[in-house]
Write a protein that binds this ligand. Structure first.
Ligand code: S3P
Length: 449
């Protein structure tokens, strides 16, 4: 167990810092590289634990992944039918993306597999993947969910497809905007005899579509609909050669800290600014923060930019719908912004937060109250009263959720004494150098093992 102690802001945050590369894109580069034909080179690869879970699952299925340097990996792809039966359960750790995307590929194999995860992943709903995959012929079962009748969770067991049978085409209208669901349907569609259509309420992050298209998958998008039609396709994916963009979901913690600590001005470099991910930038601007975006072209088919923010007076706002869908992982840190705004911030249409690494609506309500911030929990979001007073220093249990731990650290900068965050080792899931980055920006954070 690691605890971090965040001291009240030692002064403004100033400087220019990088962030780890985008975790979502990293998963896809490893997985798609493994089923492509030939050598995929991935640079600026960050060794967050979630990405390492995908790498070790691919290795367990016979894919050679070489660590060339601390930030470069090479994946020796063996084609879409090149995976081997794993000899043990595939451990997805804390990573929902690893588990759900792998299901799409494993559903079509002629070997069986079992996917397991940590305590948090073993509470997350998996019917959203299993039900549509079964409807195209996959044989996938899970453990009954402890709290939701009829729901299943990890461990998941995926049976080999009987010889001579194939997954069928699929027309799927997903009730939730979810890139994990969409990606699993598209990956299974690569193996299907028939066309895959996926429709979602709002376009979720489209990294899979961009990368699959770039490596030759027969895919096209039409607004919220993606179509993958393998008829006439040669079944080959080209290897990738990519520099990964920085993770806007990691950058968000620093951008918010730079906005709420008086006198701050900071730059986060080389951040991915794919429009399906930039909801947090719109929210910052809407609340009054002057976010400057200096575009730097493309990396891995994704736009990147340096982002600059400074301290600003903020106003409470109402957020919901499409903006929240484009900032689904940033809602916890949005709550920290709301805690410093004048008036009330209302967050709606965020019910999906209840099934993330923790129930982020309930967990954030607890954390905000521990800091002395008034808030109301709603079924699909939160209402938060901002304050300009120092927050109450407190002790936070981050419930094994990296984004809750980092949000609490940012709130701790506004507190009237040292804030203790228990279980902070989970931050390594996505941002192993988070504490070092806060220190580089002039803040005092102690770490105790
Ligand atoms: C992800 C999709 C999102 C997001 C998660 C990463 C991805 O989950 O919350 O952190 O890489 O596809 P959902 O698909 O459940 O919305």
């Amino acid at each position: 167990m690691t605890r971090i102690i965040v001291h009240p802001a030692q002064g403004p945050l100033r400087g220019s810092v990088p962030v780890p590369s985008d975790k979502s894109i990293g998963h896809r580069a490893l997985l798609f590289g493994g089923i492509a034909d030939g050598l995929t080179r991935i640079r600026d690869f960050s060794r967050g634990e979630d990405n390492l879970s995908t790498a070790s699952a691919m290795r367990a299925m016979g894919i050679r992944i070489d660590d060339i340097s601390p930030t470069e990996v090479h994946v020796h792809g063996k084609g879409i039918f090149g995976l081997q039966a794993p000899t043990a359960d595939l451990d997805c750790g804390n990573s929902g993306t690893t588990m759900r995307l792998l299901c799409g590929v494993l559903a079509a194999q002629n070997f069986s597999s079992v996917l397991v995860g940590d305590a948090s992943l073993s509470k997350r709903p998996m019917n959203r993947i299993a039900v549509p995959l079964r409807s195209r012929g996959a044989r996938i079962t899970g453990a009954p969910h402890a709290k939701k009748e009829g729901e299943i969770t990890a461990p998941l067991r995926i049976e080999a497809l009987p010889e001579g049978t194939f997954l069928t085409g699929l027309e799927y209208e997903s009730p939730v905007s979810s890139a994990q669901v969409k990606s699993a349907m598209l990956l299974s569609g690569l193996y299907a005899h028939g066309t895959t259509y996926v429709r979602e309420p709002y376009v979720s992050r489209d990294h899979s579509e961009r990368m699959l298209q770039a490596i030759g998958a027969p895919l096209r998008t039409m607004g919220p609909i993606v179509e993958l039609d393998p008829s006439g396709w040669d079944g080959k994916l080209a290897p990738l050669d990519v520099d990964l963009p920085g993770d806007i979901s990691a950058a968000a913690f620093l951008l918010v800290a730079g906005t709420i600590i008086e006198g701050s001005e900071l730059m986060v470099r080389f951040v991915g600014t794919n429009p399906t991910r930039t909801g947090i930038l719109d929210m910052l601007r809407d609340m009054g923060a002057p976010v400057q975006l200096d575009p730097l072209g493309d990396r891995a088919g994704e736009p990147i930019a340096n982002l600059v923010v400074g301290y600003a007076g903020l106003n409470g706002r109402l957020f919901g719908g499409e903006t929240v869908a484009r900032a689904i992982d940033e809602v916890p840190i949005l709550c920290a912004l709301a805690a410093r705004a004048t008036g009330t911030t209302i967050i709606r249409d965020a019910k999906e937060l209840r099934v993330k690494e923790s129930d982020r609506i309930a967990t954030m309500a607890k954390v905000l109250r521990a800091f002395g911030v008034t808030c109301q929990e709603r079924e699909d979001g939160l209402e938060i009263e901002g304050t300009d007073k120092p927050l109450s220093a407190c002790q936070v249990n981050c419930e094994h959720d990296h984004r809750i731990a980092m949000t609490a650290a940012v709130l701790g900068l506004l507190a009237d004494g040292p804030t203790i965050i228990e279980g902070a080792e989970v931050i390594a899931t996505s941002f192993p150098k988070f504490v070092a980055t806060l220190r580089a920006l002039g803040q005092r954070v102690d770490v105790e093992e």
